[in-house]
Each structure stands twice: as C-alpha cells, then as structure tokens.
Design a protein around this ligand. Sequence first.
Ligand SMILES: NC(=O)c1ccc[n+]([C@@H]2O[C@H](COP(=O)([O-])OP(=O)(O)OC[C@H]3O[C@@H](n4cnc5c(N)ncnc54)[C@H](OP(=O)(O)O)[C@@H]3O)[C@@H](O)[C@H]2O)c1
Length: 330
Amino acid sequence: MRAAFIDRTGPPEVIRCGALPEPVIGPGQALVRVRACAVNPIDTYVRSGAVAMPLPSPFVVGCDLAGEVVAVADDVAGLRPGTRVWGSNQGLLGRQGTFSEWAAVDARWLVPTPDGVPDREAAAVALVGITAHLGLVTHAALRAGETLLVNGASGGVGSTVVQMAKILGARVIGTAGASAKRDLVRGLGADEVVDYRAADADARIRAAAPGGVDVWWETQREPDLARAVDLLAPGGRLVLMAGREARPLFPLGPFYVKGCRAVGFAMFNAASTVQYAAGLDIARWLAAGRLRAPIDRVLPLEATAEAHALQEAATIGRQGVLTGKIVIEP
Ligand SMILES: NC(=O)c1ccc[n+]([C@@H]2O[C@H](COP(=O)([O-])OP(=O)(O)OC[C@H]3O[C@@H](n4cnc5c(N)ncnc54)[C@H](OP(=O)(O)O)[C@@H]3O)[C@@H](O)[C@H]2O)c1
C-alpha cells in the first residue's frame, strides 16, 4: 500500500511516500480503507522528535482518519465491512499512524460516520473535535448562558471550540488575526470577534464582557496568563492545552482572590470510552449540520511533507498561512 512514513525523526523532508506492506489486524481491530486524514500540530511534533513517543519502524505519520471498514477481527462487535468510520488517536503512544491507504485500528477508537457527512469533513474534525469536547464538557463544564473566550479562534482547535460552545448555549468571543480569519470565526457563530493584533484588543474584550469571561480557552503555546486571568470573571475557568515548553509567569494573586480555576489536559490521555462518547456527540452535530470543519486545502499523500511544513509555519511560526485544516486523501 502507499503510505507517508518516516524511518527517523527530523524535519518535514524525512517524510517519504512509498510502498509499505498492508497492515494485518489483530484482536479488537478493524481494517479501514482510509479515504481522508487530517494534519494536526502534534503530527509535526512527533515527526520532528519534539514530542518523544515510542515509534514503530517504519512509522506512518498522522492521528486522524476517515474511511470505511473492510474487515474486522472476530471479537469486534458493532462494526462490519462497509461501515463508514472516523477516528483519531493513531500515531500516538506507540500506535501506527493513518497516512496510508489502509490502517489497522482498535475498534474502540472508531465512530460511525453519519450518512451525508463526507470523509474529508469527518477526518478534519476528528482530533480537534474530541479536544474541544473534552475541554468544554469534561474540563470546563461550560454552562448555557456563560461567556467563553477562545484565544486563537480561527485555528483547528479554536474554530471547533467556537462552534461547540455555541451548540452548548454559551456566548462566544473569539480572537483571530487577518480579516479573512475574523470573517471565518464570525461565520462559525461567534458573537464577538476581536483582532488579536489590535492595540485595544483587551478593551474590546472587556466591552464585550464587562464582568469578565467565564471560560478563557487558550490555544497559544506561549500564553500571557496575567492577561487571561485579568480578563476572567470571578470564578472563571482557564483551559490550558498547548505549549509543552512554556513556563509563563503565573498571576497567583489575582487568580486566587478571584476564585478562578485552571485545568490542563492532553486529549490522547483521555480514556477511549470518554472519547467515544464525545465522538457520538460530534457525529450527531456533524449530521445535523451544526458543526463543520473549515478545510484550507485537500492534498494527495505525496504532499504530506509539504503539509507538515505548512502546519509548522501556521502553529509554530504563527504566520497565518492556514485558514482551516489540511486534509490528505490517500
Ligand atoms: N492538549 C491537547 O489535547 C491539544 C489538542 C490539539 C491541539 N493542541 C495544541 O493546541 C495548539 C493549537 O492547535 P491548532 O490545531 O488549533 O493550531 P492552529 O490551527 O495552527 O491554530 C493556531 C491559532 O493561533 C492563532 N494565533 C496566532 N498568533 C496569535 C496571537 N498572537 N494571539 C492569538 N492567537 C494567535 C492563529 O490565528 P490566525 O490564523 O487568525 O492568525 C490560529 O487561530 C497547538 O499548540 C497544538 O499542539 C493541544
């Protein structure tokens, strides 16, 4: 089968596209014909070695996939050949990745794709959708009527958080850069959109939420926590999920006096049962047209190295080069 894989960690150019043996399913697994997969920042950290994970050799890159089941192990119930599925969590913690024509995946990570939802849409929403759900529902316990701010609302995670927070009944403020990004965030349902580059960005946030925001979702790898806590309401929650190397100053005084809470999480540490429950909500919202994944571009498998370079320029370089996810169709 064709696959995008590495033999060693390094820059995007270490990714090769070539033939690998087709995977063989083991107990509890399904063989999926991959029709679409999506690039996430963590794909680039694993490929570069910045995030050390045990890697099979060769290692097929990528976490997300969507496609159809072509075979299942005898002990798998609920999936059968022909079932369309999507999922994430591959290419992590020693598991083989998804950027290939076929993938052997533990059935517990696979959620049925609703009729009418294209594979590219299901793949693009996978990791970011589960992340948004875990952060909003499990960790921030967002309630209808609350105000949530997403710092970085046009990104893969941010754009999904905006939509999901609206579905959950919150009022949403999003920050984004260029005007096309701000239009995107507005189109996703944000009530207020603030240009993060504007000198009066904080004044605009304060005008939109005079009592402070109930939840501050931070997507930046080098967050300004003093600013976030300042703009939080009393009792507000701070969601932190990016920046492994970050060691920002923590504004302890205002944080505890205001009775705030902070929660950090990495989606891949969540139990498959929790992620599956999130996946069912996501599938329902996709089917109802309430959730969508902005897609910047769709590329062939051979362009995986180029896709990694672009993702790095967007997430690490903060160059604003992407407006939506990169989808690869093997
Ligand atoms: N913990 C977890 O489970 C988990 C899961 C998924 C992702 N992550 C991490 O979360 C981070 C975001 O992921 P992603 O996929 O959303 O990345 P992304 O698609 O690259 O989005 C980055 C966002 O940052 C915005 N941005 C750039 N400069 C900014 C600034 N000065 N102030 C505010 N926003 C700014 C960009 O806005 P413009 O494009 O409008 O300039 C864009 O919306 C990454 O570090 C990723 O590794 C963690």
